[in-house]
Design a binder for this molecule. Sequence first.
Ligand SMILES: *[C@@H]1O[C@H](CO)[C@@H](O)[C@H](O)[C@H]1NC(C)=O
Ligand SMILES: *[C@@H]1O[C@H](CO)[C@@H](O)[C@H](O)[C@H]1NC(C)=O
Ligand SMILES: *[C@@H]1O[C@H](CO)[C@@H](O)[C@H](O)[C@H]1NC(C)=O
Ligand SMILES: *[C@@H]1O[C@H](CO)[C@@H](O)[C@H](O)[C@H]1NC(C)=O
Ligand SMILES: *[C@@H]1O[C@H](CO)[C@@H](O)[C@H](O)[C@H]1NC(C)=O
Ligand SMILES: *[C@@H]1O[C@H](CO)[C@@H](O)[C@H](O)[C@H]1NC(C)=O
Ligand SMILES: *[C@@H]1O[C@H](CO)[C@@H](O)[C@H](O)[C@H]1NC(C)=O
Ligand SMILES: *[C@@H]1O[C@H](CO)[C@@H](O)[C@H](O)[C@H]1NC(C)=O
Ligand SMILES: *[C@@H]1O[C@H](CO)[C@@H](O)[C@H](O)[C@H]1NC(C)=O
Length: 433
Amino acid sequence: MVFTSLYSLCGAGFALLQLLAPVTARPVARSTSSSTLLALQFANVLEQLESTFYAQALQKFNQSDFTAAGFASAQIPLQQFQAIFKDESTHTTTLQSAINSLGGKTVSNCTFNVASLLTDVPTMVAAARLVENVGVSAYLGALTLINDTVLSTAAATIMTVEARHQTILNVLAGATAIPQAFDVALNPSEILALTGGLISGCNLGIPANVPLRVNNSGSIQAGTKLTFTSAALNGTIPIEELSCQFLAGGFPVAISQPLSNCSVPANVTGPLLVFVTNSSQPLANNIRDAATSTIVAGPTLIFIDNQQDALAIAARPGLNSTVAPSGTSNPITSSTTITLTPVTSSTTSGPVTSTVMSTLTPATSSRAMSGTVTLTMASTSTPATLSKAASVTSTVTIVPTTVSNDWTAVTKTISPSEASGILASAVPSMSSG
Ligand SMILES: *[C@@H]1O[C@H](CO)[C@@H](O)[C@H](O)[C@H]1NC(C)=O
Ligand SMILES: *[C@@H]1O[C@H](CO)[C@@H](O)[C@H](O)[C@H]1NC(C)=O
Ligand SMILES: *[C@@H]1O[C@H](CO)[C@@H](O)[C@H](O)[C@H]1NC(C)=O
Ligand SMILES: *[C@@H]1O[C@H](CO)[C@@H](O)[C@H](O)[C@H]1NC(C)=O
Ligand SMILES: *[C@@H]1O[C@H](CO)[C@@H](O)[C@H](O)[C@H]1NC(C)=O
Ligand SMILES: *[C@@H]1O[C@H](CO)[C@@H](O)[C@H](O)[C@H]1NC(C)=O
Ligand SMILES: *[C@@H]1O[C@H](CO)[C@@H](O)[C@H](O)[C@H]1NC(C)=O
Ligand SMILES: *[C@@H]1O[C@H](CO)[C@@H](O)[C@H](O)[C@H]1NC(C)=O
Ligand SMILES: *[C@@H]1O[C@H](CO)[C@@H](O)[C@H](O)[C@H]1NC(C)=O
């Protein structure tokens, strides 16, 4: 296990806000693990992505653009987007200060290619919804990497706000505010399969799963047969040996089906992750125990919008008239996808059209992330798609192939049964307090 022993620390840890406090005196003594630092750096890059996205969205669209997209009033989305942008900007700078305080450096030279998500307001809203859903899953997954309960709690204080954004975006997208009782945790490689196409020019030191894209361009509902595009679906593994797996909040395990007959499960509303695996064994919905080595591509993220809340209708009564009806083509065809592969690995998977190398070097320690730092980011031009159809929206992706786990210095995660035990014991103390 690699970790950075930087400083000694008096007493308890710090919350991010304490880390944010101006460096009045000497740098604070602090010890942290490399995986903690990596988790914060990763979260910071995602916050940079979000901030860039919202800044450009607010700059590009005016009030008429929002009303033309079917909102009852332009102020309904604008107030929310402004609030969300402010949050993301604050998160970015707070995380940056925290990283610096821990002796690390933020990854500051990424380029965020969000223009394709900003073609029009419906596309932008659908993309924002997707980004916020991914953000929540990213923070959930990153928690397992943080080897410090104070910092993990601090990260969770950000995560709950991301979940608020997610809910608002579900409404602004004209769908269901709170579609599921649980969110799904995804590991950083999975998050990069979903978002990597928007990020280039920097090295996060994290291998990305091979991106997966849903071919279907029309409405996606229960029973819809899905087909996919992915660099990993190239005939090397016969299709008969591949499965598609669906995961939604609250599923104990994924629903596994033959890839050749992959139909959207019944009774899912809201976000649905899809993986392609080389085993029909269902993936566990458990960030520690999921058999990620079977993942060939993905996940991608689709939304099954088969319910529309009254709140969403009130916010966006004109949605049906302004959004392409289901069954027509997918308006959001975005972006490139990237694959991160370790330089030190003998295998390079996926097409590589450009390679950018950089190194995350924590300022104060040469030991941090040793052995895992030097990675290439290979970016390919696989389009990802999001559909903004009124009744169903759609796609993004993930799957770890080049799983190099040196950086995942996961010390302990809890199983669902352990989690319910904690919840059960917490409830009485909460109600008594
Ligand atoms: C708003 O922006 C659109 C282009 O996105 C432009 O056609 C329109 O004239 C603008 N409206 C106002 C009131 O500025
Ligand atoms: C982080 O992990 C290392 C190695 O397991 C451990 O020695 C250290 O005490 C941990 N730090 C915190 C703050 O839990
Ligand atoms: C999915 O789309 C890709 C590229 O657009 C195409 O090559 C492939 O044949 C499609 N797959 C199916 C099963 O339709
Ligand atoms: C495809 O799967 C459905 C159930 O999801 C099943 O009813 C059908 O028989 C399958 N078709 C083939 C060709 O396997
Ligand atoms: C879906 O929900 C309906 C109504 O609650 C139920 O009758 C049906 O069995 C469910 N289907 C599945 C596959 O769970
Ligand atoms: C596929 O399956 C084998 C063993 O079942 C496993 O070792 C391999 O890493 C798997 N993953 C991929 C992405 O092919
Ligand atoms: C949109 O259309 C669907 C089906 O045509 C309908 O059920 C729904 O109420 C409509 N939504 C709005 C906001 O008009
Ligand atoms: C083809 O797919 C296999 C696994 O599905 C993968 O290991 C290989 O890298 C892929 N080839 C290319 C050129 O992407
Ligand atoms: C990004 O920053 C890293 C570290 O500062 C550097 O090594 C790398 O060359 C930079 N990449 C680009 C494309 O500027």
